[in-house]
Design a protein around this ligand. Structure first.
Ligand SMILES: [Zn+2]
Ligand SMILES: [Zn+2]
Length: 174
């Protein structure tokens, strides 16, 4: 089962409306922002806030009206990652509210998200996506160390420990 983008938007806006820091902020325009999905094979990009063409990100008065689209990774919508998807949307909503960069003010607001564990799910999510997208396993013929990747090593990489070229093994795709 996966959660719909609208459900996630509804929950995140509900939580934000309860946060003291936004008591003077009009959150309603966040309901109008278009929310889409990132390409499925992205692994490190989990969420993105794109501003309209020509918008200067350094402007001090950026608002949700300047946002073209927010996108989340489609895999974050599966049930086990919903908490992370909510945190991701909160993060992108902060950008939409005018905090365009990841500066100290942004990080302070981000840290106020009440679901403490959700923020730390990012690294696990990256690993999960990498495994999901993996087509090859790069193996060290010497020590048997291996890592799953979407592209071939093709003789370009060596084992960090043994300095021996890694070999490609195709993974069975189900
Ligand atoms: Zn960001
Ligand atoms: Zn090795």
């Amino acid at each position: 089962m996966s959660t719909s983008l609208e459900t996630i938007r509804f929950r995140v806006m509900g939580i934000m409306s309860q946060m003291d820091v936004f008591s003077d902020t009009n959150l309603q325009p966040l309901a109008e922002i278009k929310i889409g999905k990132i390409r499925k094979n992205a692994t490190r990009l989990h969420g993105v806030c794109r501003y309209n063409l020509g918008v200067d990100k350094k402007r001090k008065d950026l608002s949700p009206a300047d946002v073209k689209e927010i996108s989340l990774h489609p895999e974050s919508l599966s049930e086990e990652w919903t908490r992370y998807a909510e945190f991701l949307l909160f993060h992108e909503f902060l950008h939409a509210l005018g905090y365009s960069g990841h500066n100290r003010a942004f990080r302070k607001l981000e840290a106020l998200w009440p679901d403490i564990g959700a923020k730390d799910m990012g690294l696990k999510f990256t690993k999960y996506l990498r495994r999901l997208n993996a087509k090859y396993s790069w193996k060290c013929p010497n020590c048997d160390w291996q890592t799953e990747r979407s592209v071939r090593a093709a003789g370009r990489y060596v084992c960090r420990t043994c300095r021996v070229k890694l070999v490609d093994c195709a993974l069975t795709i189900e």
